[in-house]
Design a protein around this ligand. Structure first.
Ligand SMILES: Nc1ncnc2c1ncn2[C@@H]1O[C@H](COP(=O)(O)OP(=O)(O)O)[C@@H](O)[C@H]1O
Ligand SMILES: [Mg+2]
Length: 262
Protein backbone atom coordinates (compact mmCIF):
# COMPACT_ATOMS: atom_id res chain seq x y z
CA UNK A 1 0.00 0.00 0.00
CA UNK A 2 1.43 3.38 -0.91
CA UNK A 3 0.91 6.51 1.10
CA UNK A 4 0.92 10.05 -0.15
CA UNK A 5 3.58 11.53 2.10
CA UNK A 6 4.58 14.29 -0.21
CA UNK A 7 6.87 11.91 -2.06
CA UNK A 8 9.58 12.78 0.44
CA UNK A 9 10.52 9.33 1.64
CA UNK A 10 9.84 5.65 1.26
CA UNK A 11 8.10 4.11 4.25
CA UNK A 12 9.67 1.09 5.90
CA UNK A 13 6.93 -1.42 6.92
CA UNK A 14 8.89 -2.04 10.13
CA UNK A 15 8.11 1.56 11.17
CA UNK A 16 4.36 0.94 11.28
CA UNK A 17 3.06 1.63 14.78
CA UNK A 18 -0.64 1.23 13.98
CA UNK A 19 -2.15 -1.05 11.35
CA UNK A 20 -5.91 -1.19 10.87
CA UNK A 21 -7.39 -3.69 8.43
CA UNK A 22 -11.01 -3.72 7.30
CA UNK A 23 -12.26 -2.39 10.59
CA UNK A 24 -16.01 -2.04 10.92
CA UNK A 25 -18.03 -0.89 13.89
CA UNK A 26 -21.76 -1.23 14.25
CA UNK A 27 -23.64 0.14 17.25
CA UNK A 28 -26.98 -1.49 18.10
CA UNK A 29 -28.79 -4.21 16.16
CA UNK A 30 -31.36 -4.79 13.42
CA UNK A 31 -33.37 -1.66 12.55
CA UNK A 32 -31.53 0.28 15.26
CA UNK A 33 -28.07 -0.60 13.88
CA UNK A 34 -25.73 2.33 13.22
CA UNK A 35 -22.79 1.53 10.93
CA UNK A 36 -20.22 3.94 12.31
CA UNK A 37 -17.31 2.36 10.39
CA UNK A 38 -17.76 0.32 7.25
CA UNK A 39 -14.33 -1.15 6.54
CA UNK A 40 -11.40 1.12 7.25
CA UNK A 41 -7.80 0.18 6.47
CA UNK A 42 -5.00 2.47 7.57
CA UNK A 43 -1.33 2.36 8.41
CA UNK A 44 0.33 4.90 10.69
CA UNK A 45 4.08 5.15 10.95
CA UNK A 46 6.42 6.05 13.78
CA UNK A 47 7.00 9.81 14.15
CA UNK A 48 4.18 10.58 11.75
CA UNK A 49 1.61 13.33 12.36
CA UNK A 50 -1.74 12.25 10.94
CA UNK A 51 -4.90 14.34 10.93
CA UNK A 52 -8.31 12.74 10.54
CA UNK A 53 -11.01 15.00 9.12
CA UNK A 54 -14.59 14.47 8.06
CA UNK A 55 -18.16 15.62 8.65
CA UNK A 56 -19.79 15.23 12.05
CA UNK A 57 -21.00 11.64 12.53
CA UNK A 58 -18.67 10.19 9.89
CA UNK A 59 -16.96 7.86 12.40
CA UNK A 60 -13.81 9.80 13.37
CA UNK A 61 -14.12 9.41 17.14
CA UNK A 62 -15.11 5.77 16.77
CA UNK A 63 -11.97 5.16 14.71
CA UNK A 64 -9.76 7.01 17.22
CA UNK A 65 -11.21 4.97 20.11
CA UNK A 66 -10.48 1.74 18.26
CA UNK A 67 -6.92 2.87 17.37
CA UNK A 68 -6.36 3.59 21.07
CA UNK A 69 -7.70 0.17 22.17
CA UNK A 70 -10.51 1.90 24.06
CA UNK A 71 -13.26 0.25 22.03
CA UNK A 72 -13.47 -3.07 20.15
CA UNK A 73 -14.28 -3.18 16.43
CA UNK A 74 -17.21 -5.34 15.29
CA UNK A 75 -14.86 -6.88 12.75
CA UNK A 76 -11.40 -6.35 11.32
CA UNK A 77 -7.94 -6.31 12.79
CA UNK A 78 -5.84 -3.87 14.79
CA UNK A 79 -2.07 -4.18 15.27
CA UNK A 80 -0.11 -1.89 17.58
CA UNK A 81 3.67 -2.03 17.17
CA UNK A 82 3.26 -5.37 15.42
CA UNK A 83 1.16 -6.89 18.18
CA UNK A 84 -2.27 -8.12 17.13
CA UNK A 85 -4.72 -6.72 19.64
CA UNK A 86 -7.05 -9.21 21.28
CA UNK A 87 -10.01 -7.18 22.49
CA UNK A 88 -11.13 -10.03 24.78
CA UNK A 89 -7.93 -9.87 26.85
CA UNK A 90 -8.75 -7.02 29.23
CA UNK A 91 -5.47 -7.08 31.17
CA UNK A 92 -3.34 -7.00 28.04
CA UNK A 93 -5.56 -4.33 26.53
CA UNK A 94 -5.16 -2.11 29.59
CA UNK A 95 -1.42 -2.61 29.52
CA UNK A 96 -1.09 -1.72 25.81
CA UNK A 97 -3.29 1.33 26.36
CA UNK A 98 -1.27 2.55 29.32
CA UNK A 99 2.14 1.89 27.83
CA UNK A 100 1.63 3.01 24.24
CA UNK A 101 -0.98 5.79 24.26
CA UNK A 102 -1.62 9.23 25.61
CA UNK A 103 -5.07 10.74 25.05
CA UNK A 104 -6.14 14.37 24.68
CA UNK A 105 -9.83 15.27 24.53
CA UNK A 106 -11.78 18.30 23.38
CA UNK A 107 -13.18 18.87 26.89
CA UNK A 108 -9.72 18.69 28.60
CA UNK A 109 -11.13 16.32 31.30
CA UNK A 110 -8.91 17.63 34.10
CA UNK A 111 -9.86 16.93 37.72
CA UNK A 112 -10.96 20.33 39.12
CA UNK A 113 -9.99 19.54 42.73
CA UNK A 114 -6.34 18.89 41.77
CA UNK A 115 -3.62 21.36 40.77
CA UNK A 116 -2.02 21.29 37.32
CA UNK A 117 0.96 19.42 38.74
CA UNK A 118 -1.25 16.87 40.52
CA UNK A 119 -3.36 16.29 37.38
CA UNK A 120 -0.22 15.51 35.39
CA UNK A 121 1.31 13.39 38.17
CA UNK A 122 -1.82 11.24 38.48
CA UNK A 123 -1.21 8.77 35.60
CA UNK A 124 2.28 8.07 36.97
CA UNK A 125 0.95 7.45 40.47
CA UNK A 126 -1.70 5.11 39.05
CA UNK A 127 1.23 3.26 37.45
CA UNK A 128 2.87 2.82 40.86
CA UNK A 129 5.27 5.77 40.84
CA UNK A 130 5.88 7.48 44.21
CA UNK A 131 4.28 10.87 44.71
CA UNK A 132 7.68 12.59 44.84
CA UNK A 133 8.92 11.00 41.59
CA UNK A 134 5.60 11.63 39.85
CA UNK A 135 5.68 15.32 40.82
CA UNK A 136 9.25 15.75 39.53
CA UNK A 137 8.26 14.31 36.15
CA UNK A 138 4.99 16.24 36.07
CA UNK A 139 6.84 19.51 36.68
CA UNK A 140 9.40 18.77 33.95
CA UNK A 141 6.65 17.95 31.45
CA UNK A 142 4.65 21.06 32.30
CA UNK A 143 7.77 23.20 31.96
CA UNK A 144 8.45 21.70 28.53
CA UNK A 145 4.98 22.88 27.45
CA UNK A 146 5.45 26.40 28.80
CA UNK A 147 3.32 25.81 31.90
CA UNK A 148 6.09 25.94 34.51
CA UNK A 149 4.56 29.09 36.04
CA UNK A 150 1.16 27.43 36.62
CA UNK A 151 2.13 24.26 38.51
CA UNK A 152 -0.05 24.98 41.55
CA UNK A 153 -2.98 26.50 39.64
CA UNK A 154 -6.39 24.85 39.74
CA UNK A 155 -8.01 24.07 36.37
CA UNK A 156 -10.85 26.39 37.45
CA UNK A 157 -8.43 29.32 37.42
CA UNK A 158 -6.95 28.50 34.01
CA UNK A 159 -7.87 29.61 30.50
CA UNK A 160 -8.99 26.94 28.02
CA UNK A 161 -5.60 27.06 26.34
CA UNK A 162 -3.80 26.52 29.64
CA UNK A 163 -6.10 23.65 30.55
CA UNK A 164 -5.44 21.98 27.22
CA UNK A 165 -1.67 22.34 27.68
CA UNK A 166 -2.00 20.63 31.07
CA UNK A 167 -4.07 17.91 29.40
CA UNK A 168 -1.35 17.44 26.77
CA UNK A 169 1.25 17.23 29.58
CA UNK A 170 -0.87 14.57 31.29
CA UNK A 171 -0.96 12.57 28.03
CA UNK A 172 2.83 12.93 27.62
CA UNK A 173 4.07 12.33 31.13
CA UNK A 174 4.16 8.53 30.83
CA UNK A 175 6.21 8.95 27.62
CA UNK A 176 3.86 6.98 25.32
CA UNK A 177 4.83 6.43 21.69
CA UNK A 178 1.49 7.55 20.36
CA UNK A 179 -0.60 10.61 21.23
CA UNK A 180 -4.26 10.48 20.18
CA UNK A 181 -6.24 13.72 20.26
CA UNK A 182 -9.96 14.12 19.54
CA UNK A 183 -10.72 17.70 18.43
CA UNK A 184 -8.18 19.17 20.89
CA UNK A 185 -8.82 22.74 19.70
CA UNK A 186 -12.61 22.39 19.46
CA UNK A 187 -13.10 24.55 22.58
CA UNK A 188 -10.27 27.02 21.93
CA UNK A 189 -9.94 30.38 20.22
CA UNK A 190 -7.54 30.93 17.32
CA UNK A 191 -4.56 32.02 19.42
CA UNK A 192 -4.78 29.06 21.78
CA UNK A 193 -5.43 26.70 18.86
CA UNK A 194 -2.19 27.90 17.29
CA UNK A 195 -0.31 27.10 20.51
CA UNK A 196 -1.72 23.57 20.58
CA UNK A 197 -0.89 23.22 16.89
CA UNK A 198 2.73 24.18 17.59
CA UNK A 199 2.89 21.74 20.50
CA UNK A 200 1.54 18.85 18.39
CA UNK A 201 4.15 19.58 15.71
CA UNK A 202 6.86 19.76 18.40
CA UNK A 203 5.79 16.38 19.80
CA UNK A 204 6.56 14.80 16.44
CA UNK A 205 9.57 16.83 15.30
CA UNK A 206 11.48 17.18 18.57
CA UNK A 207 10.13 14.57 20.96
CA UNK A 208 9.69 11.82 18.34
CA UNK A 209 6.14 10.87 19.21
CA UNK A 210 3.52 9.71 16.73
CA UNK A 211 0.43 11.93 16.71
CA UNK A 212 -3.07 11.15 15.42
CA UNK A 213 -5.46 14.07 15.72
CA UNK A 214 -9.14 14.28 14.81
CA UNK A 215 -9.84 17.85 13.84
CA UNK A 216 -12.16 20.26 12.05
CA UNK A 217 -9.39 22.83 12.11
CA UNK A 218 -7.93 23.38 8.65
CA UNK A 219 -4.61 24.78 9.91
CA UNK A 220 -4.06 21.78 12.20
CA UNK A 221 -4.68 19.40 9.28
CA UNK A 222 -2.58 21.44 6.85
CA UNK A 223 0.39 21.15 9.25
CA UNK A 224 0.06 17.34 9.42
CA UNK A 225 2.24 14.95 7.43
CA UNK A 226 -0.87 13.19 6.19
CA UNK A 227 -4.58 13.92 6.21
CA UNK A 228 -7.13 11.12 6.16
CA UNK A 229 -10.64 12.15 5.16
CA UNK A 230 -13.42 10.00 6.55
CA UNK A 231 -16.91 10.00 5.10
CA UNK A 232 -19.77 7.67 6.00
CA UNK A 233 -17.48 5.32 7.90
CA UNK A 234 -14.98 4.93 5.08
CA UNK A 235 -11.68 6.51 4.09
CA UNK A 236 -12.71 8.93 1.32
CA UNK A 237 -9.26 10.31 0.53
CA UNK A 238 -5.70 10.64 1.80
CA UNK A 239 -3.37 13.55 1.08
CA UNK A 240 -0.19 15.12 2.36
CA UNK A 241 -1.06 18.00 4.73
CA UNK A 242 0.99 20.36 2.59
CA UNK A 243 -1.22 19.50 -0.41
CA UNK A 244 -4.49 20.05 1.45
CA UNK A 245 -6.69 22.81 0.08
CA UNK A 246 -10.20 23.85 1.06
CA UNK A 247 -11.38 22.97 -2.44
CA UNK A 248 -9.97 19.44 -2.26
CA UNK A 249 -11.56 19.01 1.18
CA UNK A 250 -14.96 20.09 -0.13
CA UNK A 251 -14.60 17.92 -3.20
CA UNK A 252 -13.68 14.75 -1.34
CA UNK A 253 -16.20 15.20 1.42
CA UNK A 254 -18.84 16.41 -1.03
CA UNK A 255 -20.38 18.54 1.67
CA UNK A 256 -19.19 21.52 3.58
CA UNK A 257 -16.92 20.95 6.54
CA UNK A 258 -18.30 23.76 8.72
CA UNK A 259 -15.27 25.17 10.55
CA UNK A 260 -12.84 24.44 7.72
CA UNK A 261 -14.04 27.59 6.05
CA UNK A 262 -13.22 29.87 8.97
N1 LIG B 1 -22.00 4.61 21.71
C1 LIG B 1 -22.72 4.78 20.61
N2 LIG B 1 -23.92 4.18 20.45
C2 LIG B 1 -24.64 4.34 19.33
N3 LIG B 1 -24.26 5.06 18.27
C3 LIG B 1 -23.08 5.68 18.35
C4 LIG B 1 -22.23 5.59 19.51
N4 LIG B 1 -21.10 6.32 19.29
C5 LIG B 1 -21.24 6.84 18.06
N5 LIG B 1 -22.42 6.47 17.49
C6 LIG B 1 -22.87 6.83 16.14
O1 LIG B 1 -21.88 6.41 15.23
C7 LIG B 1 -21.72 7.37 14.18
C8 LIG B 1 -20.29 7.86 14.18
O2 LIG B 1 -20.04 8.58 15.38
P1 LIG B 1 -18.64 9.26 15.72
O3 LIG B 1 -17.57 8.25 15.54
O4 LIG B 1 -18.79 9.87 17.08
O5 LIG B 1 -18.54 10.37 14.60
P2 LIG B 1 -17.64 11.71 14.52
O6 LIG B 1 -16.61 11.64 15.60
O7 LIG B 1 -17.08 11.69 13.15
O8 LIG B 1 -18.58 12.85 14.71
C9 LIG B 1 -22.74 8.47 14.46
O9 LIG B 1 -23.90 8.20 13.71
C10 LIG B 1 -23.01 8.33 15.94
O10 LIG B 1 -24.30 8.77 16.27
MG1 LIG C 1 -16.23 12.92 17.22
Amino acid sequence: MTHPDGGQRERDPRDRVIVVRNVAKTYGENEAAVHALRGVSLEIFAREYVAIMGPSGSGKSTLLHILGCMDAPSRGELRICDERIDFDDDDRLASVRRRRFGFVFQAFNLLPSLTAEQNVALPLMLDGCTRADACVKARATLEKLGMGHRLQASPRAMSGGEQQRVAVARALVTDPEIILADEPTGNLDTKNSEQILAILRQLVDELKHTVVVVTHDFSIAAAADRVVLIRDGRVAHEAAGSELTLDSLRFHLAESCPTATT
